[in-house]
Design a protein around this ligand. Structure first.
Ligand code: PEP
Length: 251
């Protein structure tokens, strides 16, 4: 009932020209891999080049953030309507790097999620615990709280366009991957929170990704778990063969 979604998060990497070159390399490697949705979330400046390079392919383009206001005096920000008009279909919201370095809070994650959904974008909402929170035993409480905060005032209908990425902060960009069981458990807490808000049917239909040092070597095991419906992939999405191997693992 759920489709895998394999999404790259390029972070602050790739110029427009290098974006084009990487996409040209990836396109034939992921072509025809129709058992999953393939998405690349790219820096805002790369969006036009990425949209052009992916035209006619099975790769969809996402942004890495969106502002919650429709327009106005918010220098440096990008609205949901701007992304839609540029051809963007997905947007990452509440990535731990934005929470850590750019004062993102659960409230602003919620506002961004609503803005994205109201504009018709698919929101990839990130949640995840720090190592300290895990060691204190707060993983379940925190994941449920972050999930519920992010989804406040989202409608049942809009949940079709929500993807939640469970990304343990201690596993992002560290080379330390959660075990497949830890990923399955974390994703299960997220799904349980969705069930508490929207009921079992919507929870069962919601795509919950795992993210945190997912790569060509560990993807198959992670994706074999019942609650893991795909991946949000940082480092490995910058290497065509590695990203394509993860897409293969989702077939
Ligand atoms: C990410 O950026 O969301 C991520 C999971 O990064 P990495 O795969 O490099 O850990």
């Amino acid at each position: 009932m759920r489709r895998y979604v394999i999404a790259g998060n390029w972070k602050m990497n790739m110029t427009p020209n290098s974006a084009k070159a990487l996409i040209e390399e990836m396109k034939p490697l992921v072509a025809g891999k129709d058992n999953c949705d393939v998405v690349l979330c790219v820096p805002a400046i790369d969006i036009p080049a990425a949209i052009e390079a992916t035209a006619g392919s099975n790769i969809k383009i996402g942004a890495e953030n969106v502002h919650f206001k429709a327009s106005g005096a918010y220098t440096g920000e990008i609205s949901a309507d701007m992304l839609v008009e540029a051809g963007v279909e997905y947007v990452v919201i509440g990535h731990s790097e934005r929470r850590q370095y750019f004062a993102e809070t659960d409230q602003t994650v919620n506002l961004r999620t609503l803005a994205a959904l109201n504009a018709g974008l698919k929101a990839i909402v990130c949640v995840g615990e720090t190592l300290e929170q895990r060691e204190l035993g707060y993983t379940e409480t925190l994941l449920k709280f972050q999930t519920k905060m992010a989804l406040t005032n989202v409608t049942a209908e809009q949940m079709k366009n929500v993807i939640i990425a469970y990304e343990p902060v201690w596993a992002i960009g560290t080379g330390v991957t959660a075990t497949a069981d830890q990923a399955d458990e974390g994703n299960g807490y997220v799904r349980a929170a969705v069930a508490e808000m929207f009921g079992d049917e919507i929870a069962e239909a919601t795509v919950v990704q795992y993210g945190g040092s997912m790569n060509d070597k560990n993807a198959a095991e992670l994706l074999s778990k019942p609650n893991v419906d795909g991946g949000l992939i940082g480092g490995a999405s910058l290497v065509a063969a590695k990203f394509a191997a993860i897409v293969d693992a989702a077939q």
